[in-house]
Design a protein around this ligand. Structure first.
Ligand SMILES: Cc1cc2nc3c(=O)[nH]c(=O)nc-3n(C[C@H](O)[C@H](O)[C@H](O)COP(=O)(O)O)c2cc1C
Length: 233
């Protein structure tokens, strides 16, 4: 296993006007070169109504180049879901050690339109879809065996085979496995994006972009122009 740094282009002296394309390009570089199992994983920080922060990893599943938001999926009743219900502001970090790169994202995370969550849910393997029904994510669990039993019962409700067995359901049985209303996507809208590129002797390069976001509807914001500045390392 090689542990050396992979040299990729640094930030340009004059960064691009729109940072979202650069987020896309750094993600593409990470997919190809990072050697990480989940190069699209990011730490997502939320805060409760008293302002106490919490962070956990989630997967970036889509990036809107047109609007500047990232999509992740989760249980809406989980701790992060409850915290986002009370306060939509979130912050995220992507880090690729071998590439010497970090991206920070800040902004409101709002639920995706139901149709979009349905469409993504339908692409998941049937066992993952079943388990989305079974897990009350972030609630206490007395015995892990309870989950397997609940999965077996839920499979029966949906006329699906025992998930512990090797039988696969027919197409029509599978299609009955709809998305639970308590599970779906979030759009993390970028109010700020900051790139960090590892330099020598602590002279790292940082470029921070900011823009204003004004709520347009439940899912969207009207965005002002991006402004950028270099920051000291
Ligand atoms: C690499 C990685 C990726 C993960 N991706 C997701 C994800 O996309 N969605 C999710 O709900 N949990 C994901 N998890 C689990 C979360 O980190 C977390 O344990 C779970 O969502 C419960 O968090 P909460 O109690 O703060 O809501 C992932 C964990 C790891 C380590």
């Amino acid at each position: 296993m090689t542990r050396h740094r992979i040299e990729l282009p640094p930030l340009p002296p004059t960064p691009p006007e729109d940072p979202v394309r650069l987020v896309h390009d750094w993600l593409a570089d990470a997919m190809e070169h990072s050697g990480q199992r989940h190069p699209n994983a990011f730490s997502l920080a939320t805060a409760d109504s008293d302002g106490r922060p919490s962070a956990r990893m989630v997967l970036l599943k889509d990036l809107s180049l047109a609007h500047g938001y990232a999509v992740f999926h989760t249980n809406y009743r989980s701790r992060k879901g409850a915290e986002l219900d009370s306060r939509a502001d979130a912050a995220a970090v992507l880090h690729w050690d071998r590439l010497g790169r970090q991206i920070r994202l800040e902004g409101p995370a709002v639920r995706c339109p139901a149709g979009e969550s349905d469409a993504y849910f339908a692409t998941r393997p049937w066992q993952s879809r079943l388990n989305a029904w079974v897990s009350d994510q972030s609630q206490s669990l007395r015995d892990p065996a309870e989950l397997a039993e609940r999965a077996r019962q839920k499979a029966q409700e949906f006329d699906l085979p025992d998930p512990a067995g090797s039988a696969s359901p027919g197409k029509s049985a599978e299609s009955g496995l709809r998305r639970p209303h308590f599970w779906g996507g979030y759009r993390l809208w970028f109010r700020a994006v900051e790139f960090w590129s590892e330099g020598t002797d602590r002279f790292h390069d940082r470029v921070r972009y900011e823009r204003t976001l004004t709520p347009a509807d439940h899912y969207s914001f009207t965005a002002g122009p991006w402004r950028w500045q270099r920051l000291q390392p």
